[in-house]
Design a protein around this ligand. Structure first.
Ligand code: SAH
Length: 256
């Protein structure tokens, strides 16, 4: 989903939900990346309780359900995404271990120290990395984990066009070193990071959107909001192909 907060506020939420419900994931990622991160949670109990914040239609929540014997609490602001997730959980035979919660990640409706892990792919930007890593700490059990992906600079310098795009869309984009420092300051130990490879963006995120865009515009002929939404997503994809050496999504994993 777009990191561009301006576009989210200005656009019709229903249209955004419809657009992103038609693709399997709403942000860059992959099964391999989720499972690689999961392996780094070395001391996870056999039946972990894991929250997936900003879960969307469940690309990571379903994998966590399949690859652990735990209970997954999947939270998102948009009920439409969660209905889609529930349907997929039933189809994949994991619905009894996946609970969906309509709620906001900026005021989590959970008890303190109630999760063995807090997971969040491509969504912490909604509250901002700093705020998210600090505020979510208290919901993690001692010895439990945080695993999140966030937009990060991959080099110390970058061309003006992409710098300006990101500073407008998500001013908290920062280098991996600085974000790791922020996590350590929030109290996390044993921090691991890895950059999501190109297929997480191109093959899994932008490519499926191309067909979705065509059908979406067909369903909403002459709708300026729909056209602008598609244009923004297309611009993001072009910028990514042009500047992918300078930024990416990074998995940040740390232990409380
Ligand atoms: N994790 C999913 C979705 C990422 S897109 C994936 O990787 O495919 C970002 C998600 O954050 C969207 O599903 C959006 O609905 C959700 N979101 C936006 N603001 C939120 C908030 N304040 N609280 C919870 N979820 C939010």
């Amino acid at each position: 989903m777009s990191n561009n907060n301006h576009s989210i506020n200005e656009f019709d939420f229903n249209l955004i939900c419809e657009y992103f419900s038609s693709t399997e994931r709403q942000g860059p990622g992959s099964e391999e990346a989720t499972l690689k991160a999961l392996q780094l949670l070395e001391t996870l109990p056999v039946h972990p309780r894991i929250a997936d914040l900003g879960c969307g239609t469940g690309s990571s929540a379903l994998l966590l359900a399949k690859h652990t014997q735990g209970e997954i609490v999947a939270l998102d602001l948009f009920p439409q995404f969660l209905e889609n997730l529930q349907l997929r959980a039933e189809q994949q035979g994991v619905s009894e271990r996946v609970t969906t919660v309509v709620g906001s990640m900026d005021s989590l409706p959970f008890a303190e120290s109630s999760f063995d892990a807090i997971w969040s792919e491509g969504a912490i930007y909604n509250v901002g990395f700093m705020r998210g890593v600090h505020e979510w700490f208290r919901f993690i059990k001692p010895g439990g984990y945080l695993a999140v992906t966030d937009a990060s600079w991959l080099t110390d310098n970058r061309p003006k066009e992409i710098e300006e795009f990101w500073l407008d869309a998500y001013p908290e984009i920062d280098t991996i070193a600085n974000k790791t420092k922020q996590m350590a300051q929030a109290g996390y130990k044993d921090i691991h990071t890895f950059v999501l490879p190109d297929n997480c963006w191109e093959t899994n995120f932008y490519q499926p959107q191309r067909e979705a865009q065509r059908l979406f515009l067909q369903r909403h002929p002459n709708n300026l909001t729909a056209q602008e939404l598609v244009r923004n997503q297309q611009r993001e994809a072009i910028l990514y192909s042009q500047y992918k050496h300078y930024y990416g999504y990074v998995f940040y994993i740390g232990r409380k």
